[in-house]
Design a protein around this ligand. Structure first.
Ligand code: HEC
Ligand code: HEC
Length: 336
């Protein structure tokens, strides 16, 4: 499966840098909860407030689709943890797509992005796929990237904001600077303030006995893949098959061509999962219960265990994150 069309290969090549700067280098104010380290930042795309504000404006702007009908936020809605409620979300030309919209919470920490492609390593590289990808067509700019740059450069507001965000290239509006700004904004989408996190920080947060039993089950049977505080091993770029092999989308197998990879997908994070139905790479599981039952795991998963696991997953819902005004639709006009 090729990720980029020919016209995009150049911009993508410029964005494949995976050299990350130590967090200490940046003076950016992440406003993170206590004890949370910021995500790694590529050396060639340092964080700045101006860049994050530009990325936020771009994220919410339907001018990023060829016919002006669709922004990133059309599919990635904050109140649903930056997912939507559809199995798949058709692109501007009606291409239905085959995959469920992923959450963007903590995606800055992941080393493999999308459901099944180890080649998409940075948010910069990923951003070009919805804008100008062809499989599926989402925002529809394949081969017409210059139209997008001209459209944005034609607006005084964007000229000013690109100037402030990218002084080193004279405020150039290009696929490269668009992708870098979107990536900088997305790195700020950090979710570590759920009841689960607040309890771990020692705050007195009540959770049900059922959720506590669910947490123990989770640690025993689920945390090998939905690992650590990210609730995924995406930061290690791991892929797994949870079910019997099936026809259709083969995930990693479609990229590598290896039979052993057929049906392997990157582990989704379970943060804010209660808000992001439906589930699995194809959106085929309408509820958390169904998604959990689709796993072949060693532990016994009777109705009671599944209910306890679902109750535990509910403690990963981060109300601060899904209502944070820093991540919402910006006011019209330029900048903060
Ligand atoms: C038409 C719906 C749609 C639009 C519009 C859209 N996305 Fe997505 N997004 C998806 C789907 C579906 C996936 C999963 C893709 C896959 O696995 O092939 C995804 C995956 C992602 C991921 C990977 C997350 C992870 O955990 O690996 C990021 C990051 C992302 N999108 C950012 C964006 C940005 C930035 C924009 C705007 C430029 C955008 N998306 C526009 C549907 C959309
Ligand atoms: C072997 C690794 C592995 C283990 C163990 C595992 N999962 Fe998963 N989980 C995955 C992968 C990979 C997916 C995505 C599969 C797909 O889309 O086809 C997934 C998907 C999910 C989803 C759907 C999330 C979404 O956003 O679509 C939920 C919920 C889930 N797992 C919960 C659990 C629970 C609860 C357990 C323990 C009973 C568990 N998982 C054990 C790897 C694992």
């Amino acid at each position: 499966m090729e990720v980029y069309g020919k016209a995009l290969a150049l911009a993508a090549g410029l964005l494949l840098s995976v050299a990350f700067a130590p967090a200490a280098v940046s003076s950016f104010d992440w406003k993170l909860p206590e004890g949370v380290a910021p995500p790694p930042v590529p050396i060639d795309n340092p964080m700045s407030q101006a860049k994050v504000e530009l990325g936020r404006k771009l994220f919410y702007d339907a001018d990023l689709s060829i016919d002006g009908t669709m922004s990133c936020a059309t599919c990635h809605e904050q109140r649903r943890g930056f997912t939507d409620s559809n199995r798949t979300h058709p692109g501007v030309h009606g291409d239905p797509g085959k995959r469920n919209v992923q959450t963007l919470a903590n995606a800055g920490y992941f080393r493999a992005l999308t459901w099944g492609d180890p080649g998409v390593k940075t948010l910069e590289a990923q951003a070009l796929i919805p804008i100008a990808g062809t499989r599926p067509v989402e925002m529809g700019f394949a081969g017409q990237e210059a139209v997008l740059a001209a459209r944005l450069a034609g607006q005084a507001c964007y000229r000013r904001m690109f100037g402030e965000a990218f002084p080193e290239v004279g405020g150039e509006v290009s696929m490269v600077t668009i992708a870098k700004a979107l990536a900088a904004f997305q790195r700020t989408l950090v979710s570590f303030d759920s009841p689960y996190d607040r309890r771990r920080r020692g705050e007195a947060v009540a959770v049900s006995a059922e959720a506590e039993r669910g947490e123990r089950l989770f640690k025993a049977g689920c945390a090998s893949c939905h690992a650590g505080p990210l609730f995924t091993d995406a930061d290690k770029a791991r892929f797994h098959r949870i079910d019997a092999p099936f026809a259709g989308d083969q995930g990693l197998g479609d990229v590598t061509g290896e039979a052993a990879d057929a049906g392997r997908f990157r582990t989704p994070s379970l943060r804010n999962a209660a808000l992001s139905a439906p589930y699995l790479h194809d959106g085929s599981a309408p509820t958390l219960e169904t998604a959990i039952r689709r796993h072949r795991v060693a532990m016994r998963l009777g109705d009671r265990q599944v209910a306890e696991l679902v109750e535990f997953l509910g403690t990963l819902t981060d109300e601060t994150f899904v209502t944070d005004p820093r991540f919402s639709l910006p006011k019209p006009g330029c900048g903060p």
